[in-house]
Design a binder for this molecule. Sequence first.
Ligand SMILES: Cc1ncc(COP(=O)(O)O)c(C=O)c1O
Length: 489
Amino acid sequence: MADTCDTINGVAGSEPLSQRDVALRVLDQCLSERETISSKPIVNILAPDVTTRIRQSLSRPGRSPLSLDTLLDAADVIFRHRVRMDHPRFFGFIPSPANHASWLGEILNSAYNTHAGSWMQSSGPSAVEMELLNWMACEIVGFPTTAGGCFVSGGSMANLTALTVARDQKLKFEDRPRAVVYLSTQTHSSVVKGLKVLGFHEDQIRMIACDSDFRISVSDLKDAITVDRSSEKIPFLLVGSAGTTNTGTIDPLQELADLSVKEGLWFHVDGAYGASALLSRSQRPLFCGIERCDSLSWDAHKWLFQTYGCGMVLVRERKMLTSSFSMSAEYVQDAMETEETLPNFWNYGIELTRPARAMKLWFSLQFEGLDKIESQIEHGVEMAKLAERTLQGLSDWEVLSPAQLGILCFRYRPDKPGLASLDALNQKISRAAIEENLAAPLTTRLNGVLTLRICCIHPDLEEDEMTRIIHGLDRIAQRQPEPETTNGG
Ligand SMILES: Cc1ncc(COP(=O)(O)O)c(C=O)c1O
């Protein structure tokens, strides 16, 4: 076929656009979005009439192609309606401050369209994946040289992959019904989801309480294990967090590692959010003990500034991954010749066909250099501390969880007699801040209390902007009418 994309030009009588022209037009639209993101709405959710329009006239393919202009306009309408997770003032969930280089690496990746399942199909990208994983596991985390891992789509898949290995290493098949897992009330929900996918029942999952700093209570944990052992259960897995989603808290990893050794448990750490801070020399000491875990989840699409679909699962003994996931079939025999010495990553996880996810991380780490990444991570940590200091200079604000790994939880709590629902008041503050496009601090609950929460890890967020946002929240808070009935808080 000629170098044209005549299915796309679609305008009667016009010259067909070359593939290059089409690509450049698409890139141009993407660049405009990226360049102007700070001035765009942070949260834009479809109104019912636009939903109907998108569903009825923009979604289903027609027999004839659309013109490129029409198609790009439609893309703009569709994509405009989203939360800009990569907006510097989006503070909800875990934002996605994906950097320019990651996006470009993704473009490279999809253009080369590598099948990264086997060494034969992707020896170049597989060599990079192998080495990045080695570097992260052995040099950054501190695992022994037996360690390895696999790139996966994100934290949920990393957790599921690790939990599968834990089950296979620690349990005989017939013992599975009596097996018990320990996690904390602050553990990310994807861990429970993964356990359910693996066939464990809710009765087999112990949600251990946390202390006042939202760290798993080791004494409660020990008690729970004792009770389970005395009733013929089989404790086999302990999950710690290195950066919880709610508060950025790191569990007492040394103590958990000690307990795991003593009790013969598999020790998995969910570092999907926090593990990136291992690249910061100032934050690294907080993770002491992480090098003793058996497996670790670490998401590059969170705090390593990658576009979505880039997570890692690391294990202390890489052969345990292949022991759980290795399969063979006659139709892949040509790809199995190197198996003994070189990785076929389809044997390290659940996916057979998989994109070369490591390549965008490789591209952006090489493009930016580690010094810049380190300072950008530390910037996020500092921004949350700045927000906390700014709040402390204002009256009527209460910090519910101090700044940790770029996350801060706080609420407005005016000292007024007979004041009613603080939960409703703080929910309104969050909504008003979003409506004004001041910023998007969303809410969560800590010990049942509604709190504003900011996760402010975008490197483009500047200090004076953060101060302005906190003062803006104060202004919004003060103009809220007082709620009428007493409940909550
Ligand atoms: C601590 C933690 N673990 C796991 C996950 C799940 O990761 P993903 O959304 O990439 O599947 C998240 C997501 O925010 C998280 O914060």
